[in-house]
Design a binder for this molecule. Structure first.
Ligand code: AMP
Ligand code: ZN
Length: 470
């Protein structure tokens, strides 16, 4: 069955076929954070969705070449650096670092490249693109010395967002005080220096200034991935004007259309039913949630489990549910490992579990709810089988099946898998208890505890689990 995605451009579900004639490489571009503050959990909803998309494509055999930009120059970064009296680079550096830290906490795979807007090679690429656009009559310099894109010359402008240019006047989405533009919707490609920019400027053929935000993504994606991309993602707020502008710039420059084959946008994250905002006190960054005792994988699961095109209402009840589901998963894995170990000496191989239901659900526009529904049904079923006892080869087959799913979900708590040392200590303790050597058994319990593991004695024997993992 083919993979299908809802393409924002056509507003239809479309079968996915990459541009690569060999059908292997997928070129994917994802808009990254503006590094003027720590990225919030709304941003991470977008990044977790993109991670799921990449991992699913990989599980289907594609080689995903993903690029994500870092916007490290714009009004907000300049304002922040001036307020703190820091060079722009020093002001943005800790936010870049925090971003990568949060990616790791959420188990989000690294992209192939994280180009930053202020890197010289990309600035030169942006300047070159703007020159071409001017030569083609698609851009002009206004009285304020800035360069603007002439949207009237690009007939497709508005097609991604599905609106008419005439509507631009009444949307209020564009500043109406820029009297010297030819059309109210013309957007800046290059912003001429003004006092508010302080010492942030680069030389260009049009004088000192800095690039506009939209041209960054066109220049970086084309420099690193070429003139056409398979997939471009972002949150719905990126559709207009950002992505609309990217199409106009990229196609205007290269003459190759479409710039992007599949546009995928995720809906917004709300917190307790409301827009996340500092004034409402519901604005969260990842460390806020970690400080409340939640783990990275609980947050990942809470962000992941709702279909990307449905608004996600992030609540603390939802986080608790995520915790419970993960506890079920952990307990199932613990039982499987135990069953797998119990028969270690049984050498025979079990048939692998032929069940592709999880991946088939994701093929359908990344239907994560159906995929997780399928997973938890199978967990319930195999738990019943575990109740009546399964042999180690069967347990290993289930663990193998789960391994494939976990490469997509990245939800397994790495610390829940006991290493050799823990297994040996646990076995030694079980032997000590058989020999009624309580002193040694207590000593071994302490040793396990020091290593972060808890040994409990149940009617079915000893159970060893990681302490306080959630
Ligand atoms: P920004 O740093 O504002 O450019 O946003 C970076 C990425 O996060 C973009 O893809 C946005 O569309 C996305 N984003 C911003 N706010 C939210 C939100 N509340 N929910 C989901 N995605 C968001
Ligand atoms: Zn972008």
């Amino acid at each position: 069955m083919a993979i299908k995605f809802f393409n924002t451009y056509s507003r239809e579900l479309e079968e996915f076929h990459p541009l690569d004639p060999a059908g292997k490489v997928v070129k994917m571009y994802t808009c990254g954070p503006t590094v003027y503050s720590r990225a919030h959990i709304g941003n991470f909803r977008a990044y977790v969705f993109e991670d799921l998309l990449q991992r699913h494509l990989e599980s289907r055999g594609y080689d995903v070449h993903r690029v994500m930009n870092l916007t490290d120059v714009d009004d907000k970064t300049i304002r922040g650096s001036r307020a703190q009296n820091l060079p722009l680079r020093d002001f943005t550096a800790p936010f870049k670092e925090a971003f990568f830290e949060d990616l790791d906490t959420l188990q989000i795979k690294r992209a192939r490249a994280y180009p930053a807007a202020t890197e010289e090679c990309y600035l030169q690429a942006m300047i070159a693109m703007i020159k071409t656009l001017i030569e083609r009559g698609l851009a002009y310099q206004a009285e304020d010395k800035s360069i603007y894109y002439r949207i009237n010359r690009f007939p497709k402008y508005g097609q991604l967002a599905h609106f008419d240019l005439a509507e631009l006047k009444s949307t209020g989405r564009v500043k109406n005080d820029e009297y010297d533009k030819e059309h109210i919707g013309d957007f800046a490609l290059w912003k001429a220096w003004d006092e508010e920019d302080g010492n942030v400027w680069w030389e260009s053929p049009w004088g000192r200034g800095r690039p506009g935000w939209h041209i960054e993504c066109s220049a970086m994606s084309m420099s690193l991935l070429g003139e056409q991309l398979d997939i471009h993602c972002g949150g719905v707020d990126n559709i207009f004007p950002h992505h609309e502008a990217e199409i106009a710039q990229s196609e205007g420059c290269s003459g190759v259309a479409p710039f992007v084959r599949y546009w995928l946008h995720c809906a917004h994250l709300l917190v307790e039913g409301q827009k996340m905002s500092k004034s409402l006190g519901n604005f969260y960054v990842l460390p806020d949630l970690l400080a409340k005792g939640y783990t990275g994988r609980e947050v990942r699961f809470a962000l992941l489990r709702v279909h990307y095109r449905a608004p996600l209402n992030f609540t603390f009840d939802g986080l608790e549910e995520a915790r419970q589901s993960l506890a079920r998963l952990d307990e199932w894995l613990r039982r499987l490992w135990e069953a797998a170990r119990a028969g270690e000496r049984q050498a025979h191989q079990a048939k692998s579990i032929e069940d592709d239901g999880f991946a088939i659900a994701l093929d359908d526009d990344l239907n994560i709810s159906a995929a997780l529904g399928h997973l938890f049904d199978r967990i319930r079923e195999s738990n019943r089988a575990l109740d009546s006892g399964i042999d180690s080869a069967r347990a290993l087959a289930w663990l193998d099946w789960w391994g494939g799913i976990n490469r997509v979900l990245a939800l397994e708590a790495t610390e829940t898998r006991p290493n050799e040392e823990i297994i040996q200590l646990a076995e030694e303790r079980a032997r000590a208890r058989m020999a009624r050597d309580w002193k040694k058994s207590d000593q071994l319990r302490d040793q396990l505890a020091e290593l972060g593991w808890e040994a409990r004695d149940t009617k079915d024997g000893q159970v060893v689990t990681p302490k306080n993992h959630a």
